[in-house]
Write a protein of this length. Structure first.
Length: 522
């Protein structure tokens, strides 16, 4: 069976982005990095020639992502974050591949910089060349709701002997609006012990540490400021001031199974003061949303900076729940999962099982549940799928089926019940992936769960950070285009009670972030 990760440029032509519902903000198309319509798919060189990653690679990278989040929380367990210290076996090395070699993540294109120093229309360049030089540099970056410091790979790399002016990388030396932040600046101090590096020539240095190896770092360099536009058209859009890390270190290969993704860096959306959201709170109101498209959709989704639940009042299909925060890890956004229902019947799981809450993450693919809750979900799901042949597990996906010969597959409905009477009825593509139940468990009930992007795809997920709310909405207009407007939390009624039916000749599409690839060939 062919993988939807394989490039197919012709299929992407003529398809415009899904326009998000009304927001008070600015928006840009959002892609799956490994999808054929992603801007990264058009990149040249070794990355383009590499085959798509296997399901095993994607699952391994996804687990590294989960380990990264759990390690962050483990360091704050004394502040009420309940993480089991006895069961750290699943934490794998090296975590550096989680940062540098990304799997199928949600990506956007942005423009960084302005008129380049030394740009001239004289000898050595035409007027058109001068105009492109004055426009800034378009970069493809990964959206990350569980990190605080935005950073991009800058030109030249430390190992480069010469400066190549034709490089598509951002070069701070060629932007007239770039400046390095001073070591005694408020922005540098704000990085704190976790992200602040040494002081070099009175220029602030940043570092993004590897959780399992404090002596190393996945990205480090100069912390500076330049202009940013949320657009892939340098001539369009309003500029905003943008503080970010400029990494001149060359990315290292992450070993067997690592995935070279041709992205330029990370657009951090976490709750810390360094993130894009916090930097522009005065202009856009501490809110953002995204819609990750279904795998088979030929249209991109969208990312919106700004807006809020108030902008969508009166719209049906919303589920709204309180946003919870960790005092010592303000980066992460958390919700309180209270129960799970299968075909309208609530699972018999004690509410205390969910006491540690669930982190909402844009890059983790597969939702992690407390073991007690996952076992109950698996039992209910298997009982309703007893008419289909079982298949061997796929990595940590232990409930799989062989649908060969079946004309259609009827999948039980699954809904998540969140605090505030918020019911999130999952799309069918957020229930099965690669013919497997796309949930798995943590190693201990005390560990916080993670709501992955597989369950978020095709919905608009809105983070109203200022209002301490998360919302999700279901809208037919976006559903037809591949993205259902959502926010994680406003309406209290289920989005739909329609039975989930898979036709055998239809390819499943699903997953946010890492596993957004439909059915993959093994």
């Amino acid at each position: 069976m062919q993988s939807s990760l394989k490039p197919h440029a012709a299929a992407c032509s003529g398809h415009s982005a899904v326009i998000p519902p009304p927001h008070q903000g600015t928006w840009v198309p959002l892609y799956r990095h490994l999808s054929p319509c992603s801007p990264a798919a058009a990149s040249t060189g070794a990355a383009k020639a590499r085959p798509p990653p296997s399901l095993a690679d994607l699952l391994r990278q996804d687990q590294l992502r989960v380990d990264h989040i759990h390690m962050r929380l483990l360091s704050s367990s004394s502040q009420g974050v309940r993480v089991s210290k006895q069961k750290q076996g699943p934490v794998k090395e090296p975590v550096r591949s989680e940062v540098i070699h990304l799997h199928d993540q949600p990506v956007i294109q942005v423009t960084i910089g302005s008129e380049r120093k030394g740009a001239s229309g004289g000898s050595g360049g035409s007027g058109d060349q001068q105009q492109s030089q004055a426009a800034g540099v378009v970069q493809t970056v990964v959206l990350d709701t569980a990190s605080d410091v935005p950073w991009v790979q800058c030109h030249p790399l430390a190992s480069s002997a010469t400066t190549d002016s034709s490089s598509s990388s951002y070069d701070p030396a060629r932007s007239s609006t770039y400046y390095a932040l001073a070591c005694n600046s408020a922005a540098c101090t704000e990085l704190g012990r976790l992200y602040r590096g040494a002081c070099v020539n009175n220029q602030c240095q940043y570092r993004v540490p590897i959780p399992s190896s404090p002596a190393s770092s996945s990205s480090s360099g100069t912390y500076g400021s330049d202009l940013l536009k949320l657009t892939a058209d340098p001539a369009d859009g309003a500029s905003m001031s943008f503080k970010f890390g400029c990494s001149h270190g060359e990315a290292k290969q992450g070993g067997e199974g690592s995935i070279d993704n041709a992205t330029a860096g990370i657009m951090a959306l976490g709750g810390g003061p360094e993130s894009l959201v916090s930097q522009n709170a005065a202009m856009y109101g501490s809110a953002f949303s995204y819609c990750i498209p279904a795998t088979e959709s030929r249209r991109p989704g969208f990312f919106v900076l700004g807006g809020g639940v108030g902008d969508l009042s009166g719209a049906g299909g919303y589920a709204v729940t309180p946003m919870l925060r960790y005092a010592r890890v303000p980066t992460l956004y958390r919700v309180r999962l209270l129960a799970i229902a299968v075909d309208g019947q609530q699972l018999n799981v004690t509410p205390s099982v969910f006491a540690s809450g669930s982190v909402l993450d844009s890059r983790t693919a597969i939702t992690r549940l407390p073991p007690t809750a996952y076992q109950a979900l698996r039992e209910a799901f298997r009982s309703r799928m007893a008419m289909y042949r079982e298949a061997p597990p796929q990595g940590n996906l232990d409930t799989c089926y062989d649908f060969a010969g079946a004309f259609l597959v009827m999948v039980p409905r699954v809904a998540l019940l969140l605090d505030g009477n918020a019911v999130v009825a999952l799309d069918r593509q957020g229930i099965l992936f690669h013919d497997c139940l796309v949930f798995t468990s943590n190693t201990d009930d005390r560990m916080p769960g993670i709501l992955g992007n597989v369950q978020q795809q095709t919905m608009e997920v809105l983070y109203n950070v200022g209002g301490v709310l998360i919302s999700m909405i279901d809208d037919l207009r976006l559903q037809l285009a591949g993205c259902r407007p959502a926010g994680l939390l406003q309406a209290t009624t289920p989005a739909s009670s329609t039975q989930n039916i898979y036709y055998k000749f239809q390819t499943w599409h699903l997953l946010f972030g890492s596993l957004c690839c439909g059915k993959l060939s093994s």
